[in-house]
Design a protein. Structure first.
Length: 278
């Protein structure tokens, strides 16, 4: 799949994010929008997965450690064919299988239930250790928020991953700079993020998290890295491509009203039209 095709899919993922949180009148759009390219590359290029056989033993695993950003997760799963895109409008509704945090028992393609910050990376480390013990060659990917890495449990998991030399593990940090309480540097700065992971014996790659060429190169480098887990620090924009949401902490966990929804979808339509001109 070429770069333009991936960009178009990422834009559709963003439309699904905005649609689902608007329908639910709740949810977390900002950190979902910032990770759209990461989600898209993982599910359409990087990972060995099959929507027709979501529990295949040899599949690659993904754990959404920042479990509140399910609008992005569900949107890419739907785009990839794990369930109908039309179901996104049932997000967070009573009786829907698409609840606010991912549930492995009910949602096709979800490898681990998550939500409490810090626990997802811990589960991912366990999965990677399991693969090593059983000599399986599947890889494990986990996406964390930059606010999430203020949690001590993240670093307990990172210590074990480095100690066990888990070169089948890739940790991606969505470094959009904002958390629910504001700028991460003001709340409880995790910087320098790269140096911290290096101290825990990770191979570290810093990228622009919206640049598919950089994303592709980073995951290729991670595959070629032996004897160490890899951390990809992806610099992103919270609320990406929705004009009034970009770089606004207030859109961490707020749903758009009808008027805002119309503006957001118009913004994304313009992005799509521009991509069609390329």
């Amino acid at each position: 799949m070429n770069k333009l095709e991936l960009q178009k899919i990422a834009n559709e993922v963003r439309k699904g994010i905005v649609t689902s949180v608007h329908s639910a009148k709740a949810g977390h759009p900002g950190g979902s929008l910032s990770a759209a390219e990461i989600y898209t590359y993982l599910y359409f290029e990087e990972m060995n997965i099959d929507p027709q056989n979501p529990d295949a033993p040899d599949r690659d695993r993904f754990v959404l450690s920042k479990g509140h950003t399910t609008p992005g997760y569900y949107s890419v799963l739907a785009q990839r064919g794990f369930f109908p895109v039309e179901d996104l409008v049932t997000f967070r509704h009573v009786g829907s299988y698409l609840q606010g945090h991912p549930c492995m028992q009910h949602i096709p393609g979800v490898d681990m239930s998550s939500g409490s910050l810090g626990q997802g990376i811990s589960a991912a480390v366990g999965m990677a250790i399991s693969a090593k013990l059983t000599n399986d060659d599947y890889r494990v990917y986990t996406l964390l928020g930059d606010g999430e890495i203020q949690e001590g449990q993240v670093w307990e998991a990172a210590m074990l991953a480095g100690h066990r030399k888990l070169d089948n593990l890739v940790v991606i940090v969505d470094n959009n700079g904002l958390q629910i309480d504001g700028n991460i540097a003001d709340v409880n700065s995790p910087y320098p993020i790269d140096k911290k992971f290096e101290a825990f014996n990770f191979h570290v790659i810093n990228i622009d998290g919206h640049d598919f060429d950089a994303i592709a190169a980073a995951f290729k480098e991670a595959r070629e890295t032996k004897g160490q887990p890899t951390a990809i620090i992806a610099k992103t924009i919270k609320g990406k491509d929705v004009s009034f949401m970009e770089n606004q902490a207030s859109w961490h966990g707020t749903a758009p009203n009808d008027e805002q929804f119309a503006i957001a979808m118009a913004d994304l339509e313009k992005v799509g039209e521009a991509l069609c001109q390329k």
